[in-house]
Design a protein around this ligand. Structure first.
Ligand SMILES: Nc1ncnc2c1ncn2[C@@H]1O[C@H](COP(=O)(O)OP(=O)(O)O)[C@@H](O)[C@H]1O
Ligand SMILES: [Mg+2]
Length: 251
């Protein structure tokens, strides 16, 4: 469904993403982890057509992301990026409705179907009661959930979320993870929380200094070696008491 083939991104003399190859199957959920500055956002951006790779290709649903029309990629993806509309003078539902833009022609009217998808997405992030609130008055976590709703409203098959749990309290972090798990399509989610990565994702891909350090199941990836080599911390791995998923215990 989504494949990166030797994707390389440079900025001047620095290599931000270094020949990363990675295949994500249809319906698979992959967490993208790695230290700050390891290239997670940059890699995701190559997939949602925000940053053109200097070399290598990204293929999404059979389309070469950087050769296909931008709308074709927009229709197939649901994106939560790292930068947000800070003080957009729109109501919450209007911000979510922007998620339908890739499905419309310029000046085309919004349909009942669009409004239905917006209402459904707002409901999914528990903002149904805030549809007419000014976006600029929301808290950081509410803004973040609005952006998730916008991504869901686009009904794209491939979710590309960049640190979507930022600003979210514990309950909303869990709710968001459940949403990603319930999404019938594919998802690639950049995350800092290794616990969530280990519990809610089929595989974890680790970036380190722009390179793919490893990819595998949570059990294969979450090891004391990873924590030492990539994060520079001493840690043990314990089994989650309920589902046995690997949990990081910092020493
Ligand atoms: N346009 C740019 N020019 C120069 N450096 C950049 C640019 N964009 C990102 N970087 C740098 O590239 C590295 C990778 O960034 P990023 O992909 O945002 O990492 P992550 O999301 O893993 O924290 C960082 O060191 C960042 O400062
Ligand atoms: Mg980032």
């Amino acid at each position: 469904m989504l494949s990166f083939d030797r994707v390389t991104v440079r900025a001047g003399a620095t290599t931000l993403v270094d020949a990363v190859s990675l295949e994500v199957a249809a319906g698979e959920r992959v967490a993208l982890v790695g230290p700050n500055g390891s290239g997670k956002s940059t890699l995701l951006r190559t997939a949602y057509r925000a940053r053109r790779p200097d070399s290598g290709t990204v293929v999404l649903d059979g389309l070469d992301v950087w050769r296909a029309p931008v709308r074709a990629i927009g229709q197939r993806t649901g994106v939560v990026g790292q930068q947000h509309l800070a003080d957009f003078p729109l109501e919450v539902a209007e911000v979510v409705l922007l998620g339908r833009a890739a499905h419309k022609r310029l000046l085309e009217f919004d349909t009942a179907h669009d409004h239905e998808l917006v209402a459904h997405a707002l409901d999914a992030v528990e903002l149904a009661g805030r549809a007419e609130t000014a976006f600029s008055t929301l808290s950081g976590g509410e803004r973040q959930r609005t952006m998730v709703a916008q991504a869901l409203a686009g009904s794209g098959q491939v979710l590309l979320f960049d640190e979507p749990t930022n600003h979210l309290d514990l309950r909303h972090q869990l709710a968001l993870m459940e949403l990603v798990r319930a999404h019938p399509g594919t998802a690639v989610v950049a995350l800092h929380d290794l616990q969530l990565a280990g519990r809610f994702f089929d595989r974890i891909a680790v970036l380190n200094s722009g390179k793919l350090w490893g990819i595998g199941t949570p059990g294969e990836i979450l090891t004391p070696d990873l924590l030492a080599e990539v994060y520079g911390v001493r840690a043990d791995i314990a089994a989650h008491p309920v589902d046995g998923s690997p949990m990081v215990v910092l020493l």
